[in-house]
Write a protein that binds this ligand. Structure first.
Ligand code: A1D88
Ligand code: NDP
Length: 445
């Protein structure tokens, strides 16, 4: 592994040098273990501690198949899906690996007693499999997390609709929180050249998801002037949704839970900000009963901030806790677009406010190939910036996931894999200098 890192870091290395490097037999990877899936049985979600279930193991390098690439991972990031994997909720991800393993001979590689997790990476291509022509060893890349087979016509218009659609590093093995990752070559995209490895690894999953959910015609199709309610506006998804709203001429109404997070939103350029903690909204009176008076109080606050207007688009992901309020505050004909249910997936809302006011709920999940590419292009052009707040070593990934689980973080949390320190991998310093303040906006807040 040292030879690989030396070759990547040497300014004299050619692509041929990288291609000639022998592959190691094994590599260090963040895993969860199949024989530990019951370790948190009986505990409340909040008390399931990723530091106990996440391991750093030496695992064998997987066999490389057609259309695939092995990538030396310089940096990765923590996504909430890795939190779900590490607390074995809502399901153990080993079920996904078993199901994938049953589909064909090559997929059987993924069904192992350990799961190498992680759905983002920035790194360097080491090897490509048969049929890969667009990428070569030595290419500096990021990888999006859409794994599809595309053998069914169902996904030919929109690759997210493929019946064999999976999220790499969550529903497949050999993910990005590791020194080496296995991806399908169609997941690869050029690494934005003005960013360091850890900055480049941060946006991928959440930026692509926010792009489809909010901007794409497959999602809400946001337009200029729209009032967009963004839950968790300084979190992983929300920090990109806020940027898309501002860059697209919309009016984000940012919901956060602390003055520091409010300040981050303000520094991004948002003006309408609601601190849900300070304003004390209680949408649920008890576990079963919502309080429509609180929906109204929330809606009134939104009207104060917008000059009397209601919400065109709600960017939803907290789920059960907020969904009733989200449906209520949406204007006639408006859209609630949802990609998650962090606080619970059995939602409850008053359907009269949906049908009588002709509102729509749109389900959205990650992004298709093209949407992921377009979202990465905006990062590469310096129009959308990484929201990296803190960076951990691979050894400390459990703590990084704990921070995200307990909502102790801002924006995105990065992980150094092969990169020995932060700040490496920047190729275009002039472009970086133009955007430096925005790139560092979330750092150490
Ligand atoms: C990019 C990042 C993203 C995120 O972070 S997202 C957040 C993390 N992700 C999650 O929390 C999602 C985790 N996944 C899940 O919870 C589950 O994954 C799903 C609930 C999404 C699906 O569950 P499943 O068990 O895969 O599917 P079923 O539909 O519950 O069961 C499958 C069986 O149900 C049959 N079935 C499906 N549709 C129908 C139908 N319309 N009518 C009758 N049967 C149906 C199938 O055939 C199959 O059957 P047979 O078990 O016998 O093979
Ligand atoms: N389907 C898909 O493709 C994707 C789904 N997801 C899912 O989306 C969810 C969010 O992911 P991500 O943004 O990365 O996570 P983060 O934890 O980084 O950000 C989420 C933010 O939401 C806010 N929030 C959390 N719980 C509540 C609540 N009960 N009520 C109101 N606000 C809340 C918090 O902000 P604050 O405290 O400031 O209000 C938090 O920081 C996860 O469940 C994840 O699995 C993520 C990416 C893709």
């Amino acid at each position: 592994m040292k030879d690989i890192l030396d070759a990547i870091q040497s300014p004299d290395s050619t692509k041929a040098d990288i291609a000639a490097l022998p592959l190691p037999e094994s590599y260090r990877a963040i895993t969860v273990h199949k024989d530990e899936t019951e370790m948190f049985a009986g505990l409340a979600t909040r008390d399931k501690d990723p530091r106990k279930s996440i391991h750093l193991d030496e695992v064998p390098v997987p066999e490389l198949g057609p259309g695939e690439a092995l990538v030396a991972v310089m940096a990765s990031s923590v996504n909430y899906n890795s939190v779900w994997t590490s607390i074995f909720e809502p399901l153990s991800t080993f079920g996904f690996l078993e199901r994938y393993g049953r589909t064909n001979e090559l997929a059987r590689r993924h069904d192992l007693p350990y799961h190498v997790i992680g759905s983002d990476l920035a790194g360097v291509v080491l090897r490509t499999g048969p049929g890969v022509n667009a990428w070569q060893p030595g290419d500096e890349v990021v990888a999006h997390c859409l794994s599809v087979e595309l053998e069914s016509s169902d996904g030919h218009n929109d690759t997210m609709l493929d019946p064999e659609q999976r999220i790499w590093g969550f529903e497949t093995n050999f993910g990005g929180l590791a020194e080496i990752a296995l991806v399908k070559s169609n997941q690869l995209m050029p690494k934005p050249d003005h960013l360091s490895w850890e900055e480049a690894a941060a946006p991928g999953l959440v930026n692509s998801t926010a792009y489809r959910q909010l901007v794409s015609r497959n999602g809400a199709g946001m337009k200029q002037g729209d009032n967009v309610l963004i839950w968790g506006a300084s979190g992983g998804l929300g920090s990109y949704a806020t940027q898309f709203a501002l860059a697209g001429g919309a009016n984000p109404i940012c919901v956060v839970s602390s003055p520091q997070k409010a300040e981050i939103c303000r520094s991004m350029g948002a003006e309408a900000i609601i601190d849900r903690n300070a304003e004390g909204y209680r949408f649920w009176k008890d576990e079963q009963t919502q309080d429509p008076k609180e929906w109204k109080r929330f809606g009134k606050r939104i009207r104060e901030l917008t000059g009397g207007e209601d919400i065109d688009i709600v960017f939803e992901h907290p789920g059960r806790e907020t969904f009733g309020a989200s449906v209520f505050v949406t204007r006639k004909g408006g859209t609630i677009t949802t990609c998650a249910s962090t606080s619970g997936y059995m939602h409850e809302y008053d359907n009269r406010y949906l049908w009588m006011s002709l509102k729509r709920i749109i389900g959205s999940h990650f992004a298709n190939y093209r949407e992921a590419w377009e979202a990465n292009r905006l990062v590469a052009k310096g129009r959308i910036h990484p929201t990296l707040s803190k960076v951990y070593s691979l050894e400390d990934t459990g703590q990084a996931a704990y921070d995200v689980h307990r909502n102790l973080h801002q924006g995105k949390v990065g992980v150094l894999c092969l990169a020995p320190e932060e700040g490496l991998g920047v190729r275009d310093r002039d472009k970086r200098a133009q955007h430096l303040d925005a790139i560092n906006r979330f750092r150490n807040v």
